[in-house]
Design a protein around this ligand. Structure first.
Ligand code: ADP
Length: 521
């Protein structure tokens, strides 16, 4: 029989376990550290980070979610915050740094409350109430607008400080044009905006294609370089002699049989090409391969063909040209063909591209982004993607808020008033939530080299008069953000506050961490 002093193992011996306050402190610390790490990148005056992976590849960026994705984070609670950034990115495409900095600060303020012996459940209840109230306040201060000028300002605000400074205006114009082009019934499917990155020129040389640009050239130099009045077949069917699925042996007893066999294969290819000619196509985009013989016949017929086109490009082509992707060439009919005014090949720097312009239904577009080097283009691409996200959000919701810390200060102010109406210790949690929101204007000021306390005092005073007063990080003054043209989508703020609050709440509720030992090195 076991003595009372013999330990009973219910978990493997190597498991690490943190209980109660230890678990909370550890998780809060992880969240705080993460928030502080990316804090320095917030806003137009934020710094960049250089991330080097195990292969020595570098990424230089200012984009919150990119930093977090590249950071190879191990701590489970910190990973939960990375998820916040990813959700923010997926849902609204911007505001990732804001969301994580806010979540980190909410955890920091919660720690102070824990030190005052306030139970985590009460803190999370208070946070939840505050988050709900914050949504109501945001609804109240949101402004209805979706005119061209507003869209441009929103795009420019999202791109401020992201390495594309000099070309911000032309890029914003490109983005607004692209998003408007793909908008259908008030909704924007961002997948139909394709960004093609090409180094070797200035960012100013970026352009929007009146149609699509596919990063491939024609399969054979014998094909025409340009086709006017293109009739386009979209095939998901290989134009090659099919390999048998099982290893088959064909026994040939005399040379004429060999000849026949080859002829028969040739015949099959000829038939496929004939089918394309018969339906009237003069351009073929094939998602599968096109073998040499097929290329030869296609070229002889004056057909322009691309092989191994990506699935996403095929879908965009389908959308833009009004054609239909055909799975089996035998089913191809004239009705399946898409149309474009012109299809041609062009080399830009070191990339050969196929342009499909003057499409029937141009609900899919390409943007060709340029930049002096690969790293510059990548950073510009991230800025443009954020801009596409915010412009789409405003087109869909038709609602905006001021930027530059204005909404956060207003939320903090009204939440403090609200806290007065709540009794018990939850009141302290709501006040902590209000304080935490001010981390955004504080950080914007600090990153701009301003005195954050002075700025906050000025901001609070200014908000007695107007809800849209924020920080001009360039002049160091507190001014009206709407007049300055610093505008953000309502959805970005709404989502950032909500997901930061939810993540903080979730982390606070954990009082026991049981982990296989490898998780903590
Ligand atoms: P995020 O990933 O959260 O979008 P950013 O680094 O893009 O982070 O910073 C966004 C913050 O910078 C927002 O609070 C926005 O209002 C503010 N901001 C953008 N442009 C300006 C500006 N010209 N002046 C002041 N604040 C600005």
């Amino acid at each position: 029989m076991r003595g009372l002093n013999t330990p009973i193992y219910i978990l493997p011996a190597k498991t690490k376990r943190y209980i109660g306050r230890d678990a909370q402190r550890m998780n809060i610390l992880a969240g705080k550290v993460l928030g502080e790490t990316i804090r320095t990148t917030l806003g137009p005056k934020g710094m960049d980070k250089m991330l080097v992976d195990s292969l020595g590849d570098i990424v230089v960026t200012n984009d919150g979610v990119t930093i977090l994705k590249e950071m190879d984070i191990e701590h489970p609670a910190a990973k939960m915050l990375v998820e916040v950034a990813k959700t923010q990115e997926d849902e609204v495409g911007d505001g990732t740094t804001t969301a994580v900095v806010l979540a980190g600060e909410l955890l920091k303020k919660a720690e102070d409350l824990l030190d005052m012996d306030i139970h985590p459940t009460i803190i999370s209840m208070g946070y939840r109430k505050a988050a709900k109230k914050a949504q109501e306040i945001l609804d109240d201060i949101a402004i209805t607008a979706d005119d061209e000028e507003t869209l441009l300002k929103v795009a420019m605000t999202a791109m401020t400080g992201k390495g594309s400074e000099k070309a911000r205006k032309p890029l914003a114009e490109l983005v607004v044009k692209a998003v408007k082009q793909v908008e259908e019934n008030g909704e924007v499917d961002k997948d139909y905006i394709h960004i093609q990155r090409i180094a070797g020129a200035s960012v100013d040389d970026s352009q929007i294609v009146d149609g699509l640009a596919i990063d491939k050239g024609r399969v054979s130099p014998l094909m025409p370089k340009k086709i006017e009045n293109a009739k386009i077949a979209l095939l998901k069917y290989p134009l090659e002699v099919k390999e048998t699925e099982i290893d088959a042996k064909i026994r040939i007893t005399d040379p004429s049989q060999m000849q026949k066999f080859i002829e028969q294969e040739e015949e099959m290819i000829k038939e496929m090409v004939q089918k394309i000619v018969d339906v009237g196509a003069n351009v073929v985009f094939c998602q599968k391969g096109i073998d040499d013989l097929a290329q030869h016949y296609l070229a002889r017929e004056g057909i322009y063909a691309l092989k191994r086109v990506k699935n996403t490009d095929m879908k965009r082509l389908e959308k833009a040209t009004g054609g239909k992707i055909v799975m089996d060439i035998r089913d191809l009919t004239e009705d399946d063909l898409g149309e474009a005014e012109v299809v041609y090949e062009k080399k830009i720097f070191d990339e050969i591209l196929t342009f499909v312009e003057g499409c029937k239904n141009p609900k899919a577009v390409s943007i060709i982004l340029r930049g002096s080097t690969k790293h510059v283009v990548s950073e510009v691409e991230r800025a443009v993607e954020d801009a596409i996200g915010v412009v789409s959000a405003v087109i869909e919701d038709k609602k905006i808020v001021a930027g530059g810390g204005a909404p956060e200060v207003e939320l903090a102010k009204r939440l403090r008033d609200y806290a007065e109406t709540v009794s018990g210790r939850e009141q302290l949690a709501i006040q902590a939530f209000a304080d935490a929101l001010e981390i955004i204007p504080k950080t914007l000021a600090e990153n701009a080299g301003m005195d954050s306390i002075d700025v906050l005092v000025d901001l609070r005073a200014a908000h007695e008069e107007s809800t849209t007063m924020g920080i001009d990080v360039f002049s160091g003054e507190v001014i009206d953000m709407l007049e300055m043209g610093v505008i953000e989508p309502y959805r970005v703020k709404k989502q950032a506050v909500q997901s930061a609050a939810e993540a903080a709440e979730m982390i606070l509720r954990i009082d026991d961490v049981i982990a296989a030992s490898e998780t903590f090195k």
